[in-house]
Design a protein around this ligand. Structure first.
Ligand code: LLP
Length: 420
C-alpha cells in the first residue's frame, strides 16, 4: 500500500499533484511520500510488538537527511556501513546508542570514529577485523560492543549480486568457525562479545530462507551460551522484499510472527536492519518524455537515465512505469522500450512495456524507486544529480536541490601545469 494514486486522471503523491512538483523543480526528480514511509515503518514495528526488537533503518537504502530523520522520529535507529553513513545518521538525529555498524571492510579510522561516539554495536565480519577492533578499542581505552556476523550458508533465492548468505559470498564468518571466533574475541582486550548477527541478502520474497537462517543463528546462540559465552543480542539483518511487479513478499505480520516464534523464551535483545521494505515503495522517479522514436522498435526517450536510477541496468530489475496523466481508456497500447539519453544500450529502464502513446513533455513515473535509487545515482555523462522532494499531506519540500553543472565542473581542479 502506498500513497501514489490517480485523482481525476492525474498521479498524486499523497495530496500533491505530481505535475505541480514538476513545474516547481523541473525533471527528472525523486519524490518520496512521508505517509508511505510512516505506514511501512509502523506495520513492521507493529508486527514485532512485544519483542523489544530495535529497528535500525539501513540508511544505505536512502540516506537523505530528511528520510533518515523521518525514520528516527518514528523510533528507528540506524544501520550504517561506512564512516560517512555514521556521520549522516547522526547528523539526521540518530543517537549513537541506536546505531549498528556493519560491513566487511571497516577501516581503522572508521572503527575509531564509531568507538569515539559509543555506538550500540559493531557487526564484525572477519578475524582480522576483530583483532583490529580490539587493538583500536584498547588504544582508546574503550570496550567495543561486538556481534559476530556469521554466514549461515543459506541461499536467499534473490539476485546473484545482492545475495550475501552463501559461503562463497564475502560476508561474515562461516557459521562453523563461529565458536573459535567467540573464544578468540573473549580472550582479546577491548571487546565485549555480545551477540550473533546475520544478513542473508536483499529483496527476499520468501519466508523460508529467513527462517532457515534465523534458526541457524539462534542455534548458534544456544551453543555459545552452553559453552559459557554470555550472548545477549541477536541481529537478524534486513532483506525483506517488496512488490515491484506482482511479487508476493511475506507480509511484515508473517515475518514478525516468525521472528516472535523463533526467539520466544531466548531472552535476546533483537536488532533488525530493514532498508528497502521501509522506503522502496515510498518513492518514485519522475521524468519527462523527450520524444518517441519508431524505427522497427518503439523507443520512449525520457530525460531520466541509468545514472539517476541504475537498478534496471545493474540487476535487470523491474520497475513499473506509469504515465502521470492517465491514458484514455481507448488509447492504442503498444510495447515500448523506455530509455534515457545516455550513450550506452544499458541505459534502458524498461523493455517491451505495453504503453499508451506519449507526447513530448508528458511526464512518466518510475515506481518503487525510494530504495537504492537516489543513493546509487552518479553524474555519468555530466548529468547533475537530480532533486529529491518529500511530500507530507498537501505540502512538499525540496530535500536536495538539483546540482548545478557549474558546481560539478568546479569540483575538478586543474593541475599546476595547465592554465585554469
Ligand atoms: N543489513 C546489511 C548488512 C546489508 O548489507 C543490507 C543491504 C541491509 C541490512 C538492508 O537490506 P534491505 O532490507 O534493504 O534489503 N543495491 C541493491 C541492494 C543492495 C543491498 C545491500 N545490503 C538493489 O538495488 O537492489
Amino acid at each position: 500500500m502506498d500513497h501514489f494514486q490517480y485523482r481525476d486522471g492525474i498521479l498524486y503523491a499523497e495530496d500533491v499533484a505530481i505535475p505541480d512538483i514538476a513545474a516547481a523543480v523541473g525533471t527528472p526528480f525523486y519524490c518520496y511520500s512521508t505517509a508511505t514511509m510512516t505506514r511501512h515503518y509502523q506495520v513492521l514495528a507493529g508486527s514485532l510488538e512485544g519483542t523489544g526488537a530495535r529497528i535500525c533503518y539501513a540508511v544505505k537504502a536512502n540516506s537523505n537527511q530528511a528520510v533518515i530523520r523521518t525514520m528516527v522520529e518514528l523510533g528507528a535507529g540506524a544501520d550504517v556501513i561506512s564512516g560517512g553513513e555514521l556521520q549522516r545518521a547522526m547528523a539526521a538525529g540518530a543517537t549513537a546508542d541506536s546505531i549498528v555498524f556493519a560491513g566487511p571492510g571497516k577501516t581503522r579510522d572508521e572503527l575509531a570514529q564509531a568507538l569515539a561516539v559509543d555506538i550500540y554495536q559493531f557487526n564484525v565480519e572477519s578475524e582480522p577485523e576483530l583483532r583490529l577492533l580490539s587493538a583500536v578499542a584498547s588504544e582508546m581505552g574503550k570496550v567495543a560492543p561486538v556481534s559476530i556476523r556469521v554466514n549461515p550458508d543459506v541461499d536467499a533465492g534473490t539476485h546473484e549480486k545482492i545475495t550475501t548468505g552463501r559461503k562463497q559470498n564475502k560476508f561474515g564468518i562461516p557459521i562453523d568457525r563461529a565458536m573459535d571466533i567467540f573464544d578468540l574475541g573473549a580472550s582479546l582486550p577491548g571487546l565485549a562479545m555480545l551477540g550473533v548477527a546475520i544478513h542473508i541478502g536483499s529483496q527476499i520474497t520468501d519466508l523460508a530462507p529467513f527462517e532457515e537462517a534465523f534458526d541457524r543463528a539462534l542455534g548458534l546462540v544456544d551453543e555459545l551460551r552452553a559453552a559459557g559465552h554470555d550472548i545477549k543480542r541477536c541481529n537478524l539483518g534486513g532483506g525483506l522484499g517488496i512488490p515491484y511487479s506482482g511479487e508476493t513478499p511475506p507480509p511484515p505480520a508473517e515475518y514478525g510472527a516468525m521472528v516472535k516464534r523463533l526467539t520466544a523464551n531466548r531472552q535476546l535483545d533483537l536488532v533488525l536492519e530493514p532498508g528497502r521494505v521501509l522506503v522502496g515503495n515510498a518513492g518514485i522517479l519522475v521524468a519527462r518524455v523527450i520524444h518517441e522514436k519508431h524505427e522497427g522498435r518503439r523507443f520512449v526517450i525520457i530525460d531520466g537515465a541509468m545514472n539517476d536510477l541504475i537498478r534496471p541496468a545493474m540487476y535487470d530489475s523491474w520497475h513499473d512505469i506509469v504515465p502521470v496523466r492517465e491514458a484514455a481508456p481507448d488509447a492504442m497500447i503498444s510495447a515500448a522500450d523506455v530509455v534515457g539519453p545516455i550513450c550506452e544500450s544499458g541505459d534502458t529502464l524498461a523493455k517491451g512495456r505495453p504503453m499508451a502513446p506519449l507526447a513530448p513533455n508528458d511526464l512518466i513515473a518510475v515506481r518503487s524507486a525510494g530504495a537504492y535509487g537516489a543513493v546509487m545515482a552518479s553524474t555519468y555523462n555530466s548529468r547533475p544529480l537530480v532533486p529529491e522532494v518529500l511530500v507530507r499531506g498537501d505540502t512538499f519540500a525540496v530535500i536536495r536541490p538539483r546540482l548545478d553543472i557549474a558546481d560539478l565542473i568546479a569540483l575538478d581542479q586543474p593541475p599546476p601545469w595547465q592554465s585554469p
